[in-house]
Design a protein around this ligand. Structure first.
Ligand code: GLP
Length: 263
């Protein structure tokens, strides 16, 4: 794992977008795992900008989103399908047929989860999975006690998560769906590379537990410690409780692979 700390939120999101863009330029057939949430909005804006200004090409890119609320239709303004359309898909040259999100309206959720897993497998697996972290320590919607080998399935959301996401539902946690379909922790760990992006002081404590604490199903994000190719990008506020900052900064300043991303 490498932890890269950037002074501002803008720099952190920009670095995240630049890494994604570099991987896409290197492999136009990239299978890209996507995440939702407020943290990612600026990343998608920056990818859209790179598409318009530098011709970043999504024509052959295929995407898989981490999760979707159960019971929200694709055209519901709070569904993650709608979010992805608004934030990214409608602004770039991606083929909608190449964008995959679990169907939260499926009548047979287990069958939908199996279909989703099979599709990821059949297309060759995810090259790069983008991740955010919830205040409950989740990646995707893998709430505390999610098995570290779990696969795509439906999951009940914690009160913490429903409160955290209430802002998008008129501030009312009871309007946040109580369940979601989510890639499992095991599904996420199968991706060939992970990027976890974390910004803001509210995430400082949970980020420290995820990166430097013990691997535990209580903090599903701590499972990234098992992954051989994982980058964590944080702004200074989110990184404020990390113990190993001096070493992390040295790596970013000195490792050749980061040379093209240094200011
Ligand atoms: C939701 C998503 C997560 C995301 C989290 C963080 O719960 N399922 O994938 O990481 O939100 O959201 P935000 O970026 O708004 O803090």
């Amino acid at each position: 794992m490498e932890v890269i700390v950037q002074a501002s939120t803008e720099q952190a999101t920009q670095l995240c977008a630049q890494v994604i863009a570099q991987r896409l330029r290197h492999n136009p057939d990239l299978i890209l795992g996507l995440a939702t949430g407020r943290t990612m909005e600026r990343v998608y804006q920056q990818l859209v900008q790179l598409h318009h200004q530098q011709g970043l090409d999504f024509a052959r890119c295929r995407t898989f989103n981490l999760d979707e609320y159960i019971g929200l239709a694709a055209n519901h303004p709070n569904s993650y399908r709608y979010y992805m359309h608004q934030q990214l898909f409608r602004h770039v040259n991606i083929d909608p047929a190449n964008t995959h999100i679990p169907d939260g309206m499926a009548t047979d959720l287990a069958a939908e989860a199996t279909r989703y897993e099979a599709l990821i497998h059949d297309l060759g697996g995810i090259d790069l999975q983008l991740l955010g972290i919830g205040e409950a320590g989740h990646i995707g919607f893998n709430e505390p006690l999610s098995a570290l080998l779990s696969r795509t399935r439906d999951k009940t959301l914690t009160p913490t998560t429903r409160r955290q996401n209430a802002a998008m539902f008129d501030g009312d946690p009871t309007k946040v769906p109580s369940r979601a379909l989510t890639m499992g922790v095991g599904t996420i760990l199968d991706a060939r590379e992970l990027i976890l992006l974390v910004t803001g002081a509210a995430k400082a404590a949970i980020l420290a537990r995820a990166v430097e604490g013990p691997i535990t199903a209580m903090v599903s994000a701590s499972a990234i410690q098992l992954h051989p190719h994982c980058i964590v990008i944080a702004d200074a506020a989110a990184a404020s409780e990390l113990q190993g900052r001096e070493y992390y900064d040295w790596v970013f300043q000195n490792e050749p692979e980061w040379a093209e991303f240094r200011p």
